[in-house]
Design a protein. Structure first.
Length: 91
C-alpha cells in the first residue's frame, strides 16, 4: 500500500498544516489542513478508493471549498477599508 493511501498520513499532514496556520496566520493553510483531514477521514471510512488521482482530486476540491468558506466567514468584508491614523514618516 502506497503512502498516499494511508489515512493516518493525511491526518498527520492536516495536523502539521493546522499547526503551521497558527504560526503563519492568514487562513491560507487552514483550508489545506481541513482538506487533508477530510481526505484522511474518507480514506479511513473506506469511501475513497486507492487511486492517487482520485485522492488528490478530492483533497484539492475539499481544500478549495474549505478555503472559500473560511474566506467568506472570516475574510475581508465588502466595504471594509484599512484606515490609517498616522503616517509612518511623521515624527
Amino acid at each position: 500500500m502506497a503512502f498516499w493511501q494511508e489515512w493516518w498520513i493525511w491526518m498527520l499532514a492536516g495536523a502539521v498544516l493546522a499547526i503551521m496556520e497558527v504560526l503563519i496566520p492568514g487562513f491560507i493553510l487552514l483550508g489545506f489542513a481541513i482538506g487533508a483531514g477530510l481526505t484522511g477521514g474518507l480514506i479511513w471510512l473506506g469511501v475513497l478508493g486507492a487511486s492517487f488521482g482520485t485522492i488528490l482530486l478530492v483533497f484539492a476540491f475539499v481544500s478549495i471549498i474549505a478555503w472559500l468558506v473560511l474566506r467568506r466567514l472570516v475574510g475581508v468584508r465588502r466595504g471594509q477599508v484599512k484606515v490609517w491614523d498616522r503616517d509612518i514618516n511623521e515624527g
